[in-house]
Design a protein around this ligand. Structure first.
Ligand code: PBG
Length: 329
């Protein structure tokens, strides 16, 4: 008689596995990060991110049309700024003719229904490579949040649907929310990088934007005074809850794979959408191992994306979005 229950019955062929599958990744799960650079006709591969590119506005236009045709309906924009436009105040970030502002308009012109989210932080604009204003070896909090609020308004004016503050200053969500309301942008949303850890997995991204903290004595060499300690769990919940109370519409955990325990915990605690950012280093590891023939690229990619969704992600920001969707057919 034994056993009456055999779990393998539900695994015996793809049809039954498909029927009982609990987690399915679809194109609508993805938020596609895009790196924008000045000039024309520029499509530069990022050395530490194989098959990922910095795009000038003309290529950006082509790219978003292609994404749209693949069923990818949301992008997250980052800009690479020339060194001579960087300072310690984020001046260029507020330029209404700046690269970000033009990129937003380019996407909206090419693809009016594409959801446009924009990165809000000072690091790509900072001569020191920090997410905030630096003074006396410190990253100033309240002075920075004021600039981030102005930056958010500028993105909203250019047509951004959501601003995505990735800086981890205290109180930036409420400051941004109030500024948007004051300027009449009550429909512009905020996706907060609420539990963002000080992670070594951001290396390739900093290559992409040339935004790593500079190596000079008076400037902190890492971001540990504002990004979270990777050892902490309760703090992630507190950060996230505070951002929701301050007006965040969507919260985020970042990086992805090493932090899926945090994703699940936050998913269980809060009732707003939870985004997960599978970051540049995670992408680079898979690409590198696959190039060496040590891992099967597509299988590992899908297993990781499913894991992120299974952990509780409503939205997955991933450099694999296009690869994954093409694989889905
Ligand atoms: C900066 C920012 C970073 C990323 C997104 N926004 C890097 C950092 O905090 O240094 C990382 C994304 C990635 O690694 O893919 N505000």
């Amino acid at each position: 008689m034994y056993p009456l229950i055999r779990n393998r019955r539900l695994r015996q062929n793809e049809a039954i596995r498909h029927l009982v599958r609990e987690t399915i990744v679809t194109p609508s799960d993805f938020l596609v990060p895009l790196f924008v650079v000045g000039g024309k006709g520029v499509k530069e591969e990022i050395a530490s991110m194989p098959n990922y590119f910095r795009l000038s506005l003309d290529h950006l236009e082509q790219e978003v049309k292609e994404l749209w045709d693949l069923g990818l309906c949301a992008v997250l924009l980052f800009v690479k700024v020339d060194d001579n436009l960087k300072d310690n105040k984020g001046t260029e970030a507020l330029n209404d003719q700046g690269l970000m502002q033009r990129a937003i308009k380019t996407v909206k012109n090419a693809c009016p229904d594409m959801l446009v989210m924009t990165d809000v932080a000072l690091d790509p604009f900072s001569s020191y490579g920090h997410d905030g204003i630096v003074a006396d070896g410190q990253i100033l909090n309240d002075e920075t949040t004021e600039v981030l609020a102005e930056m958010s308004v500028s993105h909203a004016q250019a047509g951004a649907d959501f601003v995505a503050p990735s800086d981890m200053m205290d109180g930036r969500i409420v400051t941004i929310r109030e500024a948007l309301e004051d300027e009449g942008f009550s429909n512009t949303g905020i996706m907060s990088y609420s539990a963002k850890y000080a992670s070594a997995f951001y290396g390739p991204f900093r290559d992409a934007l040339d935004s790593a903290p500079v190596d000079i004595k008076s400037v902190p060499k890492d971001k540990k005074t504002y990004q979270m300690d990777s050892a902490n769990r309760f703090e992630a919940i507190r950060e996230t809850q505070m951002d929701i109370d301050e007006g965040a519409d969507i919260v985020m955990v970042k990086p992805g794979l090493c932090y899926l325990d945090i994703v699940r915990e936050i998913r269980n605690e809060v009732d707003v959408p939870v985004a997960v950012y599978q970051v540049s280093g995670e992408y680079a590891m898979v690409k590198a191992a696959a190039e060496k023939g040590w891992l099967d690229h597509d299988s590992v990619m899908m297993e990781q994306l499913i894991a992120i969704k299974r952990a509780g992600a409503t939205i997955i920001a991933s450099y694999f979005a296009k690869d994954a969707v093409k694989l889905m057919g």
